[in-house]
Design a protein around this ligand. Structure first.
Ligand code: NAD
Length: 260
């Protein structure tokens, strides 16, 4: 991973930090000089992630759908580190892969609960506190920034996807949340963006059938899945002071599937 971005002295929170993309993003931040708090509901996978990432990664076991737990975790993070410079809302679940008439209401609710409501809770807790911290002087921009928020949406949130109504709807909601919060924080020096990756080879991709996998691959003009490092590199740019005027932007990462 290139170390062209200087995140030294910065503290990043990565939700879903025990998962494939979360660990990759955290690794890129650490390579650029940041310290990272990994938040995840899966305590044992979190411990594995932290061990792989080394001493600049710490962990917090948090279920992001639990409002009180999220408030407590945000409070502890700001108290421990003094400030939080970067938030990546990455925790997410795929849920049932079925046509809507075969899905359960419990599944729909759960997917929305984690991917949208959970990201809302974390954003509410962290951005509310980020607004109160001092702007950080920057060598790159005369307009000091208080922080960056990057939301991990999905190509399915832009295009919709058969057999994934809940997942697609949750990610479309996350895209709208991104644009809305960006407008609220535009004058606070907080840059809020989202990315819309195509499929990556993580635990989530292993939940689908071979047939579904071939269908998804066939929709990507580049004919391959996105590499975790490619996702991490885009998040790195969006989390750095290089990204100082693109708030509310939704950044494509789909190998040509969406050219908008
Ligand atoms: N893998 C892909 O193909 C792909 C494509 C586009 C977008 N995404 C998105 O990227 C993000 C990361 O996914 P991944 O591929 O690394 O999957 P993953 O399953 O490897 O990681 C997801 C992580 O989120 C955590 N999580 C789930 N519910 C949680 C909760 N309530 N509280 C806290 N943590 C919780 C899980 O424990 C897991 O560690 C997700 O938001 C996903 O929707 C993935």
């Amino acid at each position: 991973m290139s170390a062209r971005y200087d995140l030294s002295g910065r503290l990043a929170i990565v939700t879903g930090g025990a998962g494939g993309l979360g660990r990759g993003i955290a690794g890129a931040f650490i390579d650029a000089g940041a310290r990272v708090e990994l938040w995840d509901a899966n305590a044992s996978a979190l411990a594995d992630s932290a061990a792989a990432l080394g001493p600049h990664a710490t962990t917090r076991t948090v279920d992001i759908t639990d409002a009180a737990a999220v408030e407590q975790a945000a409070d502890a993070a700001f108290t421990t580190h003094g400030r939080v410079d970067i938030l990546v809302n990455n925790a997410g679940v795929l849920g049932e892969v079925k046509p809507i008439w075969e899905t359960s209401p419990e599944n729909f609710q759960r997917v929305l609960q984690v991917n949208l409501f959970g990201s809302y809770l974390v954003t509410r807790a962290v951005v509310g506190r980020m607004r109160d911290q001092a702007p950080r002087p920057s060598k790159l921009t005369p307009h000091p920034l208080r922080g960056h928020v990057v939301n991990i949406a999905s190509i399915q949130g832009k295009e919709g996807m058969a057999r994934a109504a809940a997942y697609s709807a949750s990610k479309a909601g996350l895209i709208a949340l991104t644009k809305s919060v960006a407008k609220e924080t535009a004058q606070d020096g907080i840059i809020v963006t989202a990315i819309t990756p195509a499929a990556a080879e993580t635990a989530m991709a292993k939940e689908i059938s071979a047939e579904r996998r071939a269908d998804i691959l066939g929709r990507i003009p580049m004919g391959r899945f996105v590499e975790v490092e490619e996702v991490a590199r885009m998040v790195l740019w969006l989390s750095s002071d290089e990204c100082s005027f693109s708030t509310g932007g939704i950044f494509d990462l789909s190998g040509g599937r969406a050219t908008y």
